[in-house]
Design a protein around this ligand. Sequence first.
Ligand code: SF4
Length: 351
Amino acid sequence: MRDSEQLLKRLHEIVDRPIRIMVVCGAHNQAIMRYHLRDELPDKLELVAGPGCSVCVMPAGHVDAFVKVALQPDVITATCHDLLLVQGSRESLASIRKRGARVEVISTPRDCLELARLEPDKVIVYTAVGFEATAPSVAETILEAAREGIDNFCVIPSIRLLPPTIDSIMRDPEIGIHGLLCSDHVTTISDTEAYTSLAKKYDLSCCIAGFQKDDIVRGLISMVMQIRHGVSLFDDSSAIIYSSEDSKKARQMVSEVFFAVDTAWRGLGTIAESGFVIRDELSLYDATKRFNVRFMEGEERCSCHCDMIISGRGLPPDCPSFGMACTPQNPIGPCMISSEGICASYFKYNL
Ligand code: SF4
């Protein structure tokens, strides 16, 4: 019997009660769909999605800020592909690009510095969207720009922190989640202590797993065993281990550049200390200060059920628009736009 068959057999043997696991990370949700893993799980083991797709949780007000800055004279907006189609209150970066705004798709924040050197008469504005794992590379780019005296580059920070948001979701007594499957992406910077205290506070099993099928099944086995033994702990045995020196350096850079403030999430409201802003000492690199733009509430124009999906209260087929009015060709909400969105993954691998 192959390893993965043995692991699945073990999982079937040990699931002896209804268990609901939140798959926090968008990349994990994508992998689970790609492997059609739900079809092979015990009936009593349910996997629901969490808030770990950064484009899916972006509120319209943040897109409005990106659009407003992108329409300023002599600005080049540098962004990721997934963000282009996400709708603000009226426009998206894609719609203003069609009308002539200069919006470039880049791969890494450091590409912005190259662009800034090539276009000295323009201001390069980077839409920094992501979770805590994104923060070190953005911080490093800002510090490099400061060191080299590059002043035609700045950032609109929309970087979110998962532990406070998971905490907020878990406060709902109806949520019925027994465990959190996390990825090493989000725990490289987040103190694992944050997940350990979440596990204790809500009596959750918790595990970090890699993205291969066997890694995920191993993680699920670990969580089911924790539940059976009535222990809440944070198991990172299957994670890729980062050297503590790398983590320390990354944390230092992040705290040199950012601090946490209350931040709005699409469908989840404003959550205390759940997002990063740039410190005043580096305000030259903060596009919101440079262009005097504030993140407003923003009007969500779509009739999307992403809030239900990203908080573990339902899966894409529970949305009446899924696969009908909402498809990857005609997406209604960001969960269908983003490549890591659960609706996009469900559509791609299930229909
Ligand atoms: S299927 Fe479309 S409308 Fe429904 S939750 Fe997903 S993205 Fe939103």
